[in-house]
Design a protein around this ligand. Structure first.
Ligand code: IVH
Length: 666
């Protein structure tokens, strides 16, 4: 190695180390001036010797190229979100369920819930190779170039490990304030809060913009199975991640009981304003991985963790008007139009009023002074009215008797609080149905926003979802704000959506009571649209997760002749009608797991819970969390508790771990 090579290697290492001291240990060892001086020395040497630029050099944070778009990234394991707790009762309930499942001998780790956006970072042999957003939890976007600009994200780890980590990218309060000051000076629109500013920055195609935004990051978990690193608990994992060079938040605490958790929450409720970054709650996680495995997951979130959300801020404003909309299923939803007001960091001009009963119960009237807040810090809602400030001439609000879109009479179905338009040809319902069909979690058709759908309907280009697939570029360019490029993109997106697996179509059709999860289960079980269309109610209810109400709805839906016609048309335009996920082998005798609903309980010795679950699912079994009449088989490990008792009382077949392993090996 010559002198220049040596100096370049040395500068790389020094700058990595200084960054680690600053961002991870929070103990800077050199001043910013010294850091910058060394960085400039490295830049100069690299400019003179471009072949000596390491891919993970600290000078490579701001890449040159402006991207054309973001590539999609499929997460190796899904990025789940957490269920929420809003008060002490929710937390005690969470704690009780955990103790019921795993006993009293466990601890929690409490962490700050950083208000930013979730990211996944992949390292190969210690070098940062890819960073992605959460997206829909399964597929996110590759924002590596932007993430590289975040100085707290190490480009090179302390050890050459291959690992994926998850964390939160955020904008510190100070950066947010100075960004908005600069934007105000330039007459640009302000960001509502640091979270939006961080998300907006990482969505930029030019990494130079992200680089100028001074974002930061905390890492809070490893992606995938933590036990694969021979680490037993989440707390120890955070320590390990820190030794690798990741910034983990130090304001965390192991708590032995839920009372200690509540004390931690109390402390941070009082101190959150003193932190240099925004937090919106506290995350509480069961510490040991073995316990986490035992508790498992629901479809959306782990059972071993919960997010406590700080109570919503309440503010007062005037109710200017009540706006009514017709939803996809005909439900009429009233929305409050408010004199714009700041709540929890954003300007709010509309708030949900839910339904007629709520308006009547709270006697909400146009012209009232109302208290509003954000439920779960997202959706603004009207909490109540300040009666003392009511104008003398105000009148109680009356809901209309006829649909605002099609003028047919509104009805109130028995047992429902909502007013409904039951006219199947109501144009507002059709529009909402199409918007749902194209939405991200359904057919995921980019470029078909609400405004475009409404225009297409108005122009008479479409009448139902099948018509979308007949749209021509020449027609689309006629629409407002639609150029040749966006028209071409839209037709391509439509074309791509034809290949979607069946569950997206099923969800997109908007069958009542069939949400995303149910659509997936139906697609998995029936594999083809034809098979599902023939399904009998008894067959459907025999599936573990499908109840009476959903089965009735599915059967009634497919009996409808118009639906049958629509499906024929969708098939004719070339939409895939089959399930493309892992096939379940349901033929009898294929293997002892195929098509069976199986519950794992107690401690397994030779496999982790997740491994056992994965293997069973690979063979077509369905692993669920609770024992019921629909359970076919219970695998009971050591110290199995109430689930085993229940299985015995229901006469369900029970295997021990050895039998499971024997059968898995067949
Ligand atoms: S743990 C499997 N820890 O809050 C669950 N999340 O719904 C992994 N968040 O999307 C999440 N701070 O983006 C965890 N210390 C923390 C967090 C945290 C912020 C975000 C995260 C997630 C959401 C929870």
């Amino acid at each position: 190695m010559n002198e220049i090579e040596k100096r370049i290697a040395e500068l790389n290492q020094l700058l990595h180390d200084y960054g680690y001291a600053y961002y991870v240990l929070d103990k800077p060892v050199v001043s910013d001036a010294v850091y910058d001086q060394l960085l400039h020395e490295l830049i100069a040497l690299e400019e003179a010797n471009p072949s000596l630029i390491y891919p993970d050099s600290p000078t490579q944070r701001v890449g040159g190229a402006v991207l054309k778009g973001f590539q999609k990234v499929t997460h190796a394991t899904p990025m789940l979100s957490l269920s929420n707790a809003f008060n002490e009762a929710d937390l005690r309930d969470f704690d009780r369920k955990i103790r019921q499942a795993i006993g009293d001998d466990f601890s929690y780790v409490c962490e700050l819930k950083i208000d930013g956006l979730a990211i996944a970072l992949r390292y190969e042999n210690g070098v940062f190779v890819q960073g992605a957003t959460r997206g829909d939890g399964q597929v996110g976007e590759d924002i590596t170039a932007n993430l590289k600009t975040i100085r707290a994200i190490p480009l090179r780890l302390k050890q050459p490990v291959t690992i994926e980590v998850r964390g939160e990218a955020y904008m510190p309060k100070k950066s947010f304030e100075s960004l908005n000051e600069a934007r105000a000076e330039n007459g640009e629109e302000l960001f509502a809060n640091p979270r939006n500013a961080a998300a907006g920055s990482l969505r930029q195609l030019d990494p130079k913009i992200a680089a100028s935004r001074q974002l930061s990051t905390f890492i809070y978990a490893v992606g995938g199975d933590g036990e694969a690193y021979s680490i037993d608990s989440h707390g120890e994992m955070l320590d390990y991640l820190q030794t690798l060079g990741f910034p983990s938040n130090r304001e965390r605490e192991v708590c032995a009981t839920i009372d200690d958790v509540l004390t931690f929450i109390e402390k941070w409720t009082a101190m959150r304003n003193d932190l240099p970054y925004e937090i919106d709650g506290i995350v509480i996680k069961v510490n040991r991985y073995a316990h986490q495995d035992e508790l498992g997951f629901t479809a959306k979130s782990p059972r071993w963790a919960i997010a406590y959300k700080f109570p919503a801020e309440e503010v007062v404003t005037t109710l200017l008007d009540i706006d009514l909309t017709v939803g996809r299923t005909g439900v009429i939803t009233p929305t409050a139009i408010l004199a714009p007001v700041q709540v929890a960091g954003t300007t709010v001009g509309r708030a949900s009023l839910h339904n007629e009963d709520l308006i009547r119960e709270k006697d909400i009237r146009i012209g009232d002074t109302v208290i509003i807040r954000k439920a779960g810090d997202i959706i603004p809602e009207v909490v109540g009215v300040i009666l003392e400030q009511r104008p003398d001439d105000s009148k109680p609000y009356e809901m209309p008797t006829h649909c605002i879109a099609c003028d047919s009479e509104l009805i109130r179905l028995e047992g429902e609080v909502a007013l409904r338009c039951v006219n199947p040809t109501c144009p507002a319902q059709i529009a909402e149905g199409i918007k749902h069909f194209v939405s991200r979690n359904a057919m995921n058709i980019d470029g078909l926003g609400e405004k475009v759908v409404e225009q297409l309907l108005r122009e008479g280009y479409i009448h139902n979802v099948a018509d979308l697939y007949l749209l021509q570029i020449e027609q689309l360019v006629e629409l407002e704000r639609m150029g040749q490029k966006s028209a071409t993109n839209l037709v391509e997106a439509l074309e791509r959506s034809k290949e979607n697996s069946l569950e997206r179509l099923l969800f997109g059709l908007g069958i009542r009571h069939v949400g995303e999860k149910a659509a997936k289960i139906l697609a998995e079980q029936y594999e083809t649209m034809n098979a599902l269309m023939q399904a009998k109610k008894e067959e459907l209810t025999a599936i573990h997760e499908i109840g009476e109400k959903m089965a009735d709805s599915v059967v009634a839906y497919f009996e409808n002749e118009e639906v049958q016609l629509l499906i024929t048309r969708l098939a004719d335009v070339g939409i895939n009608m089959t399930y493309k996920g892992k096939k379940i082998q349901v033929e009898a005798g294929a293997n002892p797991f195929a098509g069976k609903t199986i519950v794992l309980t107690g401690k397994l010795e030779q496999l982790t819970r997740n491994e056992a679950k994965a293997k069973i699912e690979e063979l077509g079994g369905i692993v669920t969390g609770s024992v019921s009449k629909k359970t076919d088989l219970v695998i009971a490990g050591e110290d199995a508790g109430s689930k085993l008792d229940k299985a015995q009382s229901l006469g369900i077949e029970i295997w021990d771990e050895n039998r499971l392993i024997e059968q898995l090996q067949q």
